[in-house]
Design a protein around this ligand. Structure first.
Ligand code: 2YJ
Length: 274
């Protein structure tokens, strides 16, 4: 799993609003609409709740410690969605105590292994892998709907990377009625995909045969124009991004990638509970 680095997220405060506009242009949804879809609520439900609920982000020092800008970036994304948001001055357990005393309804916190949002008023826990997978499948379907007026039902989708997020994406794609094929450079993961009744490709050159791609690999730039279909729609949560700038420029309306926004937004929806 990729550990975020400050460099990738440090400008979030000033970039998230523009990122959100761009995301809406490409997928037809902004972050609030995405979060609403991700949790089965309406846009109006979220707007109403944003007036009432307070969110706190708690920096966590365990493991490799605090990532500069992480808590501020999470807060910037949640604030962009219209929710009153603070970052606690204290860290860890003292931070949770501070959040509760400040009247927080939802708290966000992450260590090196899990990134969670928890509702303090009711039992609702949102986990970043599932939220990210959910958000990206909705983003892929958003692009498909916008460009072709289609849903994912019966469509062939290529899942690149069958790790923690890739597996959830495949599961959600199958639920949507898509036909999922997996490519992962680790053979044991391909075996897992086969055990889960998914198709596989072994030769990366076969990637070109697919026009719907979900990419949860974390290898850095490796998907280039020789490998990709010109018509491809690409939803890519993997960090660092698999497309270099030159390749990304070939898919201005057909590729979605972020460093923190989508998972964080969908987590908020999921943490709203009932
Ligand atoms: O509070 C902090 O500043 C740090 N403890 C944040 C740690 C953030 N964690 C990660 O980047 C991990 N890779 C987990 C993210 C899960 C993404 N699916």
């Amino acid at each position: 799993m990729t550990r975020l680095i400050t460099e990738w997220i440090k400008e979030m405060d000033s970039t998230v609003a523009l990122w959100n506009i761009e995301f809406k242009r490409i997928t037809g949804m902004d972050l609030v609409e995405l979060a609403a879809k991700g949790c089965g609520k309406s846009y109006q439900d979220l707007q109403r709740l944003s007036e009432r609920l307070k969110v706190a982000v708690i920096p966590i020092t365990s493991g490799e410690g605090i990532i500069g800008s992480f808590a501020d970036s999470v807060a910037a994304i949640v604030a962009e969605m219209g929710f009153h948001t603070i970052v606690t001055g204290e860290t860890d357990v003292a931070g949770l105590y501070e959040a509760e005393k400040e009247g927080a309804d939802i708290v966000y916190f992450a260590d090196d292994n899990r990134y969670l949002a928890m509702n303090l008023n009711q039992r609702a826990l949102a986990e970043n892998d599932r939220a990210t997978a959910t958000g990206y499948i909705l983003a892929l379907e958003g692009m498909l709907d916008k460009q072709q007026g289609e849903t994912l039902r019966d469509k062939r989708v290529l899942q690149l990377g069958y790790g923690r997020v890739g597996k959830v994406m495949s599961e959600l794609l199958v639920k949507k009625g898509a036909q999922v094929t997996v490519y992962d450079k680790h053979w044991e993961r391909m075996e897992e995909a086969l055990e889960n009744n998914l198709a596989i490709i072994q030769d990366p050159l076969a990637i070109k045969n697919f026009t719907l791609i979900t990419d949860a690999t974390s290898e850095g730039p490796w998907l280039n124009k020789e490998l990709l279909n010109k018509e491809a729609l690409i939803a890519a949560p993997g960090i660092p991004y698999s497309l270099d700038e030159e390749t990304e420029a070939l898919y201005p309306n057909s590729s979605v990638h972020d460093n923190l926004e989508i998972g964080t937004a969908v987590m908020l929806g999921m943490a709203l509970g009932r």
